[in-house]
Design a protein around this ligand. Structure first.
Ligand code: URA
Length: 233
């Protein structure tokens, strides 16, 4: 690990070994039909204590064979972008919305996302990252809970609660898309360069809950007189 963000890339583990134990459980998942065509579950890889997590779409051909996310051309680009901010794959955690490869690399289907999403939410709960960078539309829409596409929201961080913790959600273009569109690559690089700043921010405290009942303060200014309802006269 090198560079200015080194000091904030890891925190104390929530429960040592809990993520690995969960990976063992998910390895046998049969919640959706993709289990029948996968070579193996691609759970995710990297530091279980990462402050920065990336969430992509789904494993492709090489990921399915190797059991590791982002090992193809898009993964090479992700590694280069990380190196540009002084980080390596070992400093972060990389996962996908779907843990199993859709045949022919087709888009994830709504029923597959629904069946798989609790695996991702449990990963977030166990890792407790401070920043989650969503790569592309599927991860962005799932974790923001909004239908806005990546072209509209890339580079715009928002504070959300995920896995029971406050997290900075940071949508980015998917590296696979940027590989073939030079202008998109420029934008992805520029958005990526803001990650150290987001990681260095103070963790956001949860918003205080308003009291269920607040007694009226007698010292407060007297209430406005009731407006006369002219229509009554
Ligand atoms: N490889 C992955 O693991 N996920 C993607 O979204 C793309 C390539």
């Amino acid at each position: 690990m090198a560079g200015a963000v080194a000091a904030v890339t890891e925190h104390a583990p929530a429960a040592p070994g809990a993520l690995a134990a969960y990976a063992d459980l998910v390895a046998g998942c049969t919640r959706c039909p993709l289990h029948a065509t996968r070579t193996q579950v691609v759970f995710g890889s990297g530091s279980p204590n990462a402050d920065l997590m990336f969430v992509g779409e789904a494993p492709g051909f090489h990921e399915d064979k190797q059991g590791v996310p982002f090992v193809g051309a898009a993964g090479q680009l992700l590694g280069k972008l990380l190196a540009g901010i002084g980080l390596s794959r070992d400093d972060v955690f990389v996962a996908n919305v779907l843990k199993c490869r859709p045949p022919g690399n087709r888009d994830p289907q709504p029923d597959e996302i629904e069946a798989c999403e609790s695996h991702l939410f449990r990963q977030i709960e166990l890792i407790e990252p401070r920043v989650i960078a969503t790569l592309g539309n599927f991860a962005t829409k799932l974790l923001s809970g909004k239908p806005l596409g990546i072209t509209r929201v890339h580079g715009q961080e928002q504070e959300v609660t995920l896995g029971g913790s406050r997290v900075t959600l940071y949508p980015l273009f998917h590296p696979a898309a940027a590989l073939y569109t030079p202008r998109m690559l420029d934008v992805l690089e520029a958005d990526f360069r803001r990650l150290p700043e987001l990681l260095a921010r103070e963790p956001v405290a949860p918003a205080p809950r308003p009291p269920l009942y607040a007694a009226p303060d007698p010292a407060a200014a007297p209430a406005e007189p009731e407006p006369v309802q002219l229509g009554l006269f």
